[in-house]
Design a protein around this ligand. Structure first.
Ligand code: IPM
Ligand code: MG
Length: 372
């Protein structure tokens, strides 16, 4: 066997439960090295509140450079109530926003998949969510998150005005729509494009550009359009009507939280954020759980590590085309759930409640069973 070059990962655990759930990914990495002959070169650094405490800024330029140099970034979560009252330029959340922007990570893939064993964890009826498997493709470097003008200004009468601007250009819409159409081709072949063209010009352009691209290049994919408010309603009413949803930054933020809760727990869902392949053929990519830093339960050893572990499985699949290893991890998670182990967030009657590290260990033991 020829030795493969080590896969360069930048690991950024961040705040709150980030470090403790990331520790469990460490076990999986060790397992892959020992049992599957993979080798990883891992660099770790601080972001978010952890970086603010140490360096006075949510992310250093040096860390952005490390992210550029890595094959993939594995991100935990940022958000720390100690910085709730500081300005935007000093908020922990700036770490993830800057990484997205600096690496031009424009396509955020957020799957919402219901594990059979967890069908009862959803607040929706089992019949509505059983077998659910949708993918939200959210634009992440444009829209109202980054549009100008922005700010808070003081008016002549002394009162204030807060301003943010929703902007999308043809090319920004086209590149994210392309990701959605390509994904749909590998899934059940349907894309629903979501905007508010009834009230927003940026939404009108969004719809036009997606329709044009579809006509030009993706007629084999079934395209539908939906207003964002209706989409929120339809996701709760009948979520299985969707396959791939493509939408802008803000609507995607909202709809992906909504969709994730259909599965019963934010603690279960991974995500990938991808850029465009560079001249060196490398696609910049960052993987993170959808859940936040959950400061209320941080440090107690009770957080669910599964979203972080599944984010790592996505990393193996998307950044290294290690489909088999990605599948092994996903199957191990599924079997552990089927065996009845549950962290607090997905606990239900008759199941065995475990903490973060017991869950991580159980997943590794399950991997061991496949390997024999
Ligand atoms: C997310 C988060 C972020 C966002 C925050 C932490 C800036 O909510 O990834 O969905 O709004 O994009
Ligand atoms: Mg969000």
């Amino acid at each position: 066997m020829t030795a493969q070059p080590a896969k360069k990962l930048l690991v950024l655990p961040g705040d709150g439960i980030g470090p403790e759930v990331m520790r469990e990914v460490g076990r999986i990495i060790t397992w892959l090295e020992e049992k599957r002959g993979l080798s990883f070169e891992i660099t770790e650094d601080l972001v978010g509140g952890a970086s603010l405490a140490e360096y006075g800024e949510p992310i250093r330029d040096e860390v952005i450079e490390k992210a550029r140099a890595a094959d993939a970034v594995l991100f935990g979560s940022v958000g720390d109530p100690r910085w709730n009252h500081v300005g935007f330029e000093k908020r922990p959340e700036l770490a993830i926003l800057k990484l997205r922007q600096e690496l031009a990570l424009f396509a955020n893939l957020r799957p919402a998949k219901v594990f059979d064993a967890l069908v009862d964890a959803s607040t929706l009826k089992p019949d509505v969510v059983r077998g659910l498997d949708i993918m939200i493709v959210r634009e992440t470097v444009g829209g109202i998150y980054f549009g100008n003008p922005r700010g808070i200004e003081t008016l002549p009468d002394g009162s204030k005005r807060g301003i943010n601007t929703e902007v999308y250009t043809t090319s920004e819409i086209e590149r994210v729509a392309r990701v959605a159409f390509d994904l749909a081709r590998k899934r059940s072949g349907r894309v629903c494009s979501v905007e508010k063209c009834n009230v927003m010009e940026s939404g009108l352009l969004w719809k036009e550009v997606v329709t044009d691209l579809h006509t030009r290049e993706y007629q084999d994919v079934e395209l539908s359009h939906m207003l964002a408010d209706n989409c929120a309603m339809q996701l709760v009413r009948n979520p299985r009507q969707f396959d791939v949803i493509v939408t802008g930054n803000l609507f995607g933020d909202l709809l992906s939280d909504l969709a994730s809760m259909l599965t019963g727990s934010l603690g279960m869902l991974p995500s990938a954020t991808l850029g465009a392949p560079g001249a060196n053929g490398k696609t910049p990519a960052l993987y993170e759980p959808i859940h936040g830093s959950a400061p209320d339960i941080a440090g107690q050893g009770i957080a669910n590590p599964i979203a972080q572990i599944l984010s790592f499985a996505m990393l193996l699949r998307y950044s290294f085309d290690l489909q088999e290893e990605g599948q092994l991890i996903e199957d191990a998670v599924s079997n552990v759930l089927a065996s009845g182990l549950r962290t607090a967030d997905i606990m239900s009657e008759g199941m065995a409640r475990v903490g973060t590290s017991v869950m991580g260990e159980a997943i590794v033991r399950e991997l061991d069973k496949f390997q024999k």
